[in-house]
Unconditional design. Structure first.
Length: 324
């Protein structure tokens, strides 16, 4: 009889909590017992198998795969974007990246952006997000991860609009924040010139700000002829040929990396004015936004070296990263 009474009480609590939707505090008041008693009763119900959970995820969300990616590569968060038959994957990736940024954004944050078509798309997506009306964006600073340069006159319009300083201006305006420019060439003719440039007080001040941002958002590139760096004249094909011959498989913040994410030892590296990767890795939130199977090796290399701790990519790349 005592057992039946106990079972009846457990079933009653389960009914009130999971079917009627009452909180444990509300149930305790109604039944005249303590909140601890209700919590213990719910735990007993689980142990005895009275409660079973089944979660029906939407078809285009992959929480299991995201968890696998996070565990395998030590990520804070992985966001896997599923392909839609009538959708533009670039826009989908950009919208998820915009969502993540707005979700973690706080007042007085400093954020740095690289260049690229997808990064430009993020700014476009944020423009349409209603959360901007309610977020406290006071004191936000927006900086470029790349130095400023003049694009060749014949640069395609789609590459011009993906220019990092243009992104920075757009995003700072959205946040009613303050933007900075990094006004030196991204690559110079010698390591000596690089050192001298970065010793200039105003340039050193901006570089220090970039190194100490709270969040960085960057793409991940390849070394093929269609890469952003090749298209805007940062490096010519012969230079890429030399870097590929040395084991280069991808580009990250203009640095050329091998399959393990290590920087290729070459004179090219000594001429870059952008942030060094050892400094980049100290930034608390480092978001890598990249998709497409042609980038899979470069993305994996970046993850191996833990250059980013948040990844936003497509389902096909995610599957490759999990299995390899």
């Amino acid at each position: 009889m005592d057992i039946l009474r106990e079972e009846r009480f457990i079933v009653k609590v389960v009914e009130m909590h999971y079917i009627q939707g009452l909180s444990q505090v509300e149930i305790a008041k109604k039944l005249g017992v303590s909140r601890t008693t209700i919590s213990r009763t719910v735990a007993q119900a689980r142990q005895r198998g009275y409660i079973e959970f089944k979660v029906n995820y939407p078809d285009d969300i992959e929480p299991g795969e995201e968890k696998l990616l996070e565990e395998k590569y030590g990520l804070k968060e992985a966001v896997i974007v599923c392909e839609k038959s009538d959708g533009d994957m670039g826009k989908e990736i950009a919208s998820y990246a915009a969502d993540y940024i707005l979700r973690v954004l706080k007042k007085k944050m400093s954020i740095a952006f690289s260049n690229g078509h997808t990064l430009y798309g993020i700014a476009d997506c944020m423009k349409e997000d209603v959360r901007l009306k309610f977020l406290n964006t006071k004191g936000i600073e927006v900086l470029p991860l790349f130095a400023e340069y003049n694009m060749p006159p014949d640069t395609d319009e789609k590459d011009r609009i993906a220019y990092s300083n243009q992104n920075v201006e757009m995003i700072a305006e959205l946040f009613h924040g303050h933007s900075y420019h990094f006004t030196v060439p991204p690559i110079v003719s010698s390591e000596k010139i690089r050192r001298e440039l970065l010793e200039e007080p105003c340039i050193r001040e901006t570089m220090t700000k970039i190194q100490n941002v709270d969040m960085a958002v960057t793409g991940i590139g390849t070394l093929d002829k269609d890469s952003f760096g090749a298209n805007v004249g940062i490096a010519d094909e012969s230079e890429y040929d030399r870097l590929r011959a040395k084991g280069g498989i991808g580009e990250f913040l203009l640095h050329i990396i091998d399959a393990d994410g290590k920087v290729i030892d070459d004179s090219y590296e000594g001429r870059l004015t952008c942030i060094r990767l050892e400094d980049f890795k100290k930034i608390p939130i480092r978001i890598g936004v990249a998709y497409g199977m042609r980038k899979k090796e470069a993305i994996r290399a970046v993850l191996r070296e833990k250059l980013v701790n948040v990844l936003i990519t497509d389902e096909h790349v995610a599957e490759y990263l999990i299995e390899n």
